[in-house]
Design a protein around this ligand. Structure first.
Ligand code: MLT
Length: 242
């Protein structure tokens, strides 16, 4: 079983993912926002790659059960109901809602992997659940780090390295690519103190400067939920256990 890690989504074309099991990671913060929304009963999230598409789609979906969520430059977009802080996606706001979701990198990374046979969303908060799910995978695994504006993000690669390392504990048949080996090594050093690593990361500093320090703490926690969001057609839903 091959396991590869893409440090940015731009490393591959959409069709590269056909027939593969993919995992999208955007630790700061789209992964955690999606996981939290689904954990709090959102019906689905519809990832989009532009704000215009978000607005157009939401107009065509019916009324009160559809809301708009996401960010531009870390902040809620004008006219949107919610931003991209996991704290905003509480049960009272999202239960049974369809959420049209745009973020700078995360929603686009999900769309990049849309042709995958299976696509799951992972953060530190649902790590063990995703590891266990990948333990059952029979197709090659591609971990897509969302990165930032086409560049490398430390927090995504450390999380990917942890996922690859934990999976190797339950699967003897993993064949790591060079990037997977590098990410596993990075996790062993930079992953020793996840909160510190997030605080010192480029995007972590931007989030702190914009008043989102609490989000870093939230995103640093390990295994606080067993919820796995997955892409079904064009929408992200709750993967229910078999
Ligand atoms: C993204 O998708 O780029 C991030 O989730 C941005 C953010 O932290 O809001």
């Amino acid at each position: 079983m091959k396991l590869n890690i893409l440090f940015t989504p731009d490393q591959a074309d959409d069709l590269f993912f056909a027939g593969k099991t993919s995992v999208v990671i955007d630790v700061l913060r789209a992964s955690n926002t999606i996981i939290t929304a689904i954990a709090n009963g959102a019906k689905e999230l519809i990832p989009v790659s532009t704000v215009d598409t978000a607005v157009k789609i939401s107009r065509n979906l019916f009324g009160g059960s559809t809301i708009l969520g996401g960010e531009r430059n870390t902040k809620r977009i004008e006219g949107f109901n919610l931003g991209n802080s996991p704290y905003e996606y509480s049960e009272d706001k999202v239960k049974s809602k369809s959420i049209v979701f745009y973020t700078t990198n995360g929603s686009k990374a999900v769309l990049k992997g849309k042709f995958s046979e299976y696509l799951y969303i992972c953060g530190f908060i649902n790590m063990a659940a995703v590891v266990s799910q990948l333990g059952k995978s029979s197709s090659d695994i591609e971990i897509i780090c969302s990165g930032n504006a086409g560049g490398f993000s430390m927090e995504d690669v450390v999380c990917a390295g942890m996922l690859a390392g934990e999976l190797a504990k339950i699967r003897m048949d993993l064949d790591y690519s060079d990037s997977a080996k590098a990410a596993v090594m990075l996790h062993k050093t930079a992953g020793k103190d996840i909160l510190k690593m997030l605080m010192e990361s480029e995007h972590g500093k931007v989030l702190k400067a914009n008043g989102f320090e609490e989000d870093l703490l939230y995103c640093s926690k390990l295994n606080t939920t067993d919820v796995i969001p997955y892409l079904s057609g064009n929408v992200i839903k709750l993967l229910s256990g078999e």
